[in-house]
Design a protein around this ligand. Structure first.
Ligand code: URP
Ligand code: ZN
Ligand code: ZN
Length: 483
């Protein structure tokens, strides 16, 4: 099918211009002024921005976690994403300790087949032996995986200790794969949780008390320094506080290749939510790292504006109220996670672009292009240019949405942004040339989404190797001392 998106302002990370977008089948054929395509379906974009579909590099669809399974599956989740203008997600394979990581990856691939929009998979390294070493190689060489995740928290479950981190980072270095980390000191969290619970604080307000910013700052700095010593790039997921932001800033100023992500929810929600008198309400904000005092939000915005934080994500990991209630007597048992995949683009446009913090081009960079570059799927994704996948969002800057669980498309009975009105929303969303969202209606189909292979980073790593070689120490040549 041929589609011509006419009369809009095309925005890429590199700039914006008045242009039309011609789509042939699944691919962008041309971007330019006054394009003609007799017989094509025409989408009128006058008054709208036409941008690359959003890429959410951090989601957890149907994740088995903390004794339950996230309520959003790959079909409902990618559909909700499309309603909000996001056309690609990168989800996580999280093997149980001792579970074969290749078998876990295949299991996730099976679950993800029903996706309505494109997806890729990071693989978490939750344990270590020679089979993990070998399977990391197979995943990179044969299955298009170029990033591995390390949870520095969740002790006695999926936590990676320093031995696992170092082993995995060294293997990733051999493979040209990117190491990503959830930075929280799992031992400290474990001890603080116990102390706080024993003090009689059993409700959701115990959650942020057990995960203060220092716990995240310590782990962020440790992961960054381990990566520095081993000479590998590192990517921090869900950077939530000044302490971690400072670790990233320092390392980047030293020339270290460190990337960092921020969640849209950490930019606009503060820790007062945990003191809500309604237990269910407070429990729905239990996620890790937790929401922080307001000064951290201001710093995160500055980090995003300055380019210290390159990507925005959601960590979309939904649990309905009955699932959250597993922790009624003990905050440690509340499944961690919140919604967000449908809301990210609107929240960032409203609080980022409309406030002047971000230009439309910067918005495209932090919602799409930077993730495509960092995870090596650019220019197939993350740009509107001939040859790219026709993942496009026609963005109406005047469209108003009042966020509510009653009207959202996410499969969860709560929305952490409930009642927030955002101006600017997706009018039409296309995934590889197919309309998924138009006239406020989803037109998604199970299985339309394709797995996106991600090649390792050969060139990029070259520069890192030169840096390592420059720093290679040499032995001092000496005469043998006389005895
Ligand atoms: O609370 C969260 N973030 N849940 C999902 C798992 C993780 O830590 O990313
Ligand atoms: Zn995490
Ligand atoms: Zn996560």
């Amino acid at each position: 099918m041929t589609i011509l998106i006419k009369g809009g302002t095309v925005v890429n990370a590199t700039g914006e211009s008045r242009a039309d977008v011609l789509i042939e089948g699944e691919t962008i054929a041309a971007v330019g002024p006054n394009l003609q395509a007799p017989g094509a379906r025409v989408i009128d974009a006058s008054g709208a921005y036409v941008m690359p579909g959003g890429i959410d590099p951090h989601t957890h669809m149907q994740l088995p976690f903390m004794g339950t399974v996230a309520s959003e599956d790959f079909f409902t989740g990618t559909s909700a994403a499309a309603a909000g203008g996001t056309t690609t997600i990168i989800d996580f394979v999280i093997p149980d300790p001792k579970e074969n990581i290749l078998a876990a990856y295949k299991k996730w691939r099976g679950w993800a087949e029903k996706s309505a929009a494109d997806y890729s998979l990071h693989v978490a390294i939750t344990w270590w032996d020679n089979s993990v070493y070998e399977d990391m190689g197979t995943l990179v060489k044969d299955h298009g995986v170029n990033s591995f995740k390390h949870f520095m928290a969740y002790k006695n479950a999926i936590m990676a200790d320093d031995e696992i981190l170092v082993s995995s980072f060294m293997r990733a270095r051999e493979l040209g794969a990117l190491c990503t980390v959830h930075a929280e000191n799992g031992e400290l969290v474990f001890r603080l949780q116990k102390e706080i619970f024993e003090r009689g604080i059993t409700g959701p307000e115990g959650h942020p008390l057990s995960r203060p910013p220092e716990v995240e700052g310590e782990a962020a700095n440790r992961a960054i320094r381990i990566a520095e010593v081993l000479g590998v790039p590192v990517y921090l997921v869900h950077t939530s506080c000044i302490d971690a932001l400072e670790a990233v800033t320092r390392a980047r100023l030293e020339g270290q290749r460190v990337f960092a992500e921020v969640l849209s929810q950490h930019l606009v929600i503060d820790d007062s939510v945990y003191r809500n008198p309604d237990w269910n309400h407070a429990a729905h904000y239990v996620m890790s790292p937790p929401f922080r005092p307001k000064e951290h939000q201001a710093a995160l915005w500055r980090g995003l504006q300055a380019g210290v934080l390159q990507t925005t994500a959601t960590d979309h990991c939904c649990f309905c109220t009955p699932q959250k209630q597993a922790g009624l007597e003990d905050f440690r048992k509340i499944p961690n996670g919140t919604n967000g995949v449908e809301d990210r683009m609107g929240v960032l446009w409203h609080h980022g672009v409309r406030t002047g913090r971000l230009t439309p081009s910067e918005f495209v960079a932090v919602t799409s292009t930077n993730a495509a570059r960092i995870f090596n799927i650019h220019p197939k994704k993350g740009v509107l240019a001939p040859g790219a996948d026709a993942d496009v969002v026609v963005w109406d800057p005047a469209k108003t949405r009042t966020i509510s669980a009653k009207t959202h498309h996410q499969n969860i009975d709560f929305n952490i942004y409930e009642g927030m009105t955002t101006v600017g929303a997706a009018a039409v969303t296309l995934s590889r040339g197919r309309v998924l969202w138009e006239n406020d209606k989803l037109q998604t189909e199970k299985g339309w989404g394709k797995y996106v292979n991600r090649a390792p980073f050969a060139d990029y790593w070259g520069a890192q190797k030169i840096r390592n070689e420059l720093a290679t120490p040499t032995a001092v040549k000496r005469e043998k001392p006389k005895k």
